[in-house]
Design a protein around this ligand. Structure first.
Ligand code: HEM
Length: 356
């Protein structure tokens, strides 16, 4: 028999207002936890849900090459030394700028996510370096052939990747998506001008590379100067021959060249003046800006990246010694998370491949 309402025990439920408050608090707590997790994932570039994860997803959508970098997958490990002229020492407190030598571990590569793409035909060539100071601090940098980017924000960079991704049906970018991207982000005249003048050379050695993003040199007194830099080749320009080229033409050429002696570039810093666009890698600075030759990058050895010392290295451009700081360029900061995400994925795949 059902108990009569009179005999029912008194209700333990809190009054409705208190109950609503408690529910609201629980919801608030859950939202705060979700926001904190999302922020941490974003900050560390974890997972496909983060922007870095989404960018790297787009990069590998053209074809997953397990164990390889999601960008600049094809490359060669190199090593040598940085011979500082001392001329940049007044601009930065980093010891590597004082006249003397610091060892280099680096990587020459081509743009793109395929480790088997033909080297000579690549639209972008790259040089990445890790220079180690006597105190163990490192300056890592990853440079490309163009002096500017097509776009200035990570969102636009991602939209560009998406627009240029080959359509699975045709193997080519979808012209409508490309047109929509170009409507949203009209072609950058600075990049177009460079593209019109660029002729690929016969070698990674005779190619000039650029930091593109700006950094800030900090001197002993704490004075800050924004800079970009170029690696200016010592090897004279010779145009890339008509071919046919083997897929590993640049690697073979570089190895052959090294057998005859070291390959060198001048590290040329370009100093911004007030008003120059420091935080936007898509905008060039006037060529008339003061430059300082900080020293010579000299490469003396090259080995295949497979099993090579550079393979496990992440050339994160935000690994900087004291005396060099990042600019606020949002692309520079997005690079850190994307490189880390790429390293995480390829390291996991390599481990899975080699696990018993
Ligand atoms: C938002 C913009 C960019 C994104 C998302 C991006 C993403 C990536 C990723 C995921 C890698 C592979 C990292 C690894 O697994 O070790 C990579 C490598 C590289 N990136 Fe970028 N990148 C960006 C902009 C740039 C710019 C502006 C430059 C040149 C100034 C550059 C130069 C390079 C080079 C040279 C490498 C190869 C480094 C190596 O040899 O290991 N990237 N990039």
């Amino acid at each position: 028999m059902a108990p009569s309402p009179d005999s029912a025990p008194p209700s333990r439920r809190p009054p409705p207002r208190q109950q609503a408050l408690r529910t609201a608090l629980i919801v608030l707590l859950l939202v705060a936890v979700a926001v904190a997790i999302a922020a941490l994932r974003g900050a560390f570039g974890i997972g496909g849900g983060s922007r870095a994860g989404a960018i790297v997803d787009t990069m590998q959508a053209n074809g997953l090459h397990a164990g390889f970098r999601r960008a600049h997958a094809r490359g060669l490990c190199v090593s040598g030394r940085f011979i500082a002229s001392g001329d940049a020492a007044p601009l930065s407190s980093a010891p590597l700028f004082q006249a003397g030598e610091s060892p280099i571990l680096g990587r020459l590569s081509i743009g793109g996510g395929s480790p088997v793409a033909p080297e000579a035909a690549a639209g972008v060539r790259s040089l990445a370096l890790a220079i180690t100071q006597p105190d163990g601090q490192q300056w890592r940098m990853a440079m490309n052939t163009p002096p500017v980017l097509g776009v200035g924000t990570p969102e636009a960079f991602h939209a560009q990747l998406q627009a240029m991704a080959p359509d699975p049906a045709t193997g080519k970018p979808d012209p409508e998506r490309v047109a929509a991207f170009q409507r949203a982000y009209p072609p950058n005249p600075a990049l177009k001008a460079w593209q019109a003048s660029y002729r690929p050379s016969d070698s990674w050695a005779s190619t000039q590379y650029h930091s593109i993003n700006a950094f800030v040199l900090v001197d002993d007194q704490g004075q800050r100067r924004p800079v970009r830099w170029a690696m200016v080749p010592e090897a004279p320009f010779a145009p890339l021959g008509e071919g046919p080229h083997t897929d590993d033409a640049l690697s073979m050429e570089f190895q052959k060249r090294l057998a005859e002696g070291p390959v060198r570039w001048t590290l040329r810093l370009q100093l911004a003046e007030p008003g120059d666009p420091v935080d936007d890698g898509s905008r060039a600075w006037p060529e008339s800006r003061r430059t300082v030759d900080a020293g010579i990058v000299e490469l003396t050895a090259a080995t295949a990246q497979d099993g090579g010392a550079c393979n496990g290295l992440n050339f994160d451009p935000l690994v900087l010694p004291e005396g060099i700081e990042p600019s606020a360029d949002p692309i520079l900061h997005a690079r850190r998370a994307a490189y880390a995400e790429s390293l995480r994925r390829r390291a996991r795949e390599t481990f899975q491949e080699t696990a018993p």
